[in-house]
Design a protein around this ligand. Structure first.
Ligand code: AHG
Ligand code: MN
Ligand code: MN
Ligand code: MN
Length: 341
């Protein structure tokens, strides 16, 4: 390989030194998260040989049966990030409450949130899965008084994220990251164990002919979502005047990764099976980090009415409807919602 390869370490140092968008603490924290993702990638890759497939037989706070890899990935992330001194606490899809850094370790300023294993239903059938993460900075009303960290520290809107990313465990293992200076992709060189920058300033085309939605829920959707999908399905003869293709991987990381690669729109809307839940996906572990990544790549992300990143969270495990991807399509779906109100 050529010697001009840019490693994750060099990329992060340049973000700190040249662009001034990250602190040394945040840089080191992101290195630890990336290292944990490497460990998860190794566990994922072993599959049946490593005894990592199947159910763990336990249920998480979301009411989902945990897979072994949900639990393993969660443990890897916690263990890797506990002792570094960069964090005040962590929160995870797989934990009921926050995980403060134990007193035996130094405390840092940052808060790390993660979906340790995204796409759990795809683990056993060898389809791409991933890890999603988000970093917030702890805010203090009075810097002189340091209160014990609490859930309230985490309840910040997504626009206050200081870093967000995901790692996709697919045919290639790819880490996708934003620190507010565009979106960069790093491919894992498996022989060297190194993250190599393979694309910087990723851009999502503003228009698309591809949508991603779980069509089996058609009968449960609200009118604006039906209207949008109906028009896509009508193809060249319909009001859109063009044919649409459909993809649904059922791993948000994989659907978002495709959208970053070639455009598209992703929808996981509210549906009437659970009318009191705003949506299925989690605001803090899924919608916020993906929403910021998509915006940083020139796309858009809303819940049908509001920008995802402006939503004020009420609880760690809040759910939300998600529409994200190519800007003009997201704006169209959002307009259909607002027109119907
Ligand atoms: P997780 O595996 O972290 O619980 O998340 C699964 C999510 C998301 O990745 C995906 O887009 C969606 O659930 C798929 O849902 P359906 O099975 O309802 O299509
Ligand atoms: Mn889950
Ligand atoms: Mn998920
Ligand atoms: Mn998950």
């Amino acid at each position: 390989m050529s010697e001009s390869r840019i490693s994750l370490t060099r990329y992060l140092i340049e973000q700190q030194r040249v662009h001034g968008v990250i602190t040394p603490q945040l840089r080191l924290l992101l290195e630890v998260v990336a290292r944990a993702c490497k460990r998860i990638a190794i566990a994922v890759g072993k599959g049946a040989l490593g005894g990592v497939l199947g159910s763990a037989g336990t249920e998480n706070v979301q009411g989902e049966v945990q897979k072994k890899l949900d639990v393993i990935a969660n443990e890897v992330l916690i263990e890797a990030n506990e002792w570094g001194g960069h964090l005040a606490a962590m929160a995870s899809e797989e934990l009921d409450g926050i995980h403060p850094i134990p007193n035996r370790y130094p405390q840092g300023e940052y808060l790390l949130l993660f979906d340790p294993l995204d796409g759990s239903s795809n683990i056993d059938c060898n389809v791409s899965i991933g890890t999603i993460f988000s970093v917030l900075k702890r805010l203090h009303d009075d810097p002189a008084v340091i209160e014990p960290v609490s859930e309230a520290d985490f309840l910040q809107p997504g626009r206050q994220q200081v870093a967000a990313g995901y790692c996709i465990y697919g045919p290639q293992t790819t880490l996708v990251l934003t620190v507010g200076n565009g979106v960069a992709m790093f491919t894992l060189d498996r022989e060297q164990g190194a993250w190599v920058l393979t694309q910087d300033q990723v851009r999502i085309p503003e228009d698309t002919r591809e949508f991603a939605i779980n069509m089996s829920n058609w009968r449960h959707w609200a009118a604006p979502v039906r209207r949008y999908i109906e028009e896509c399905l009508a193809g060249a003869e319909g009001p859109r005047g063009k044919d649409f293709n459909m993809r649904w991987i059922a791993s948000m990381v994989a659907d978002v990764h495709r959208i970053l690669t070639r455009g598209g729109v992703f929808l996981y809307p509210w549906d009437k099976r659970e009318p009191n839940k705003p949506g299925k996906l989690r605001l803090m572990y899924e919608a916020n980090p993906m929403g910021w990544i998509v915006e940083q790549a020139g796309g858009a992300a809303t819940d049908g009415r509001r920008r995802i990143l402006d939503i004020e969270p009420k609880g760690l495990h809040d759910r939300v409807a998600v529409i994200l991807g190519s800007k003009n399509e997201v704006e169209r779906v959002t307009r259909y919602h607002l027109e119907a109100d």
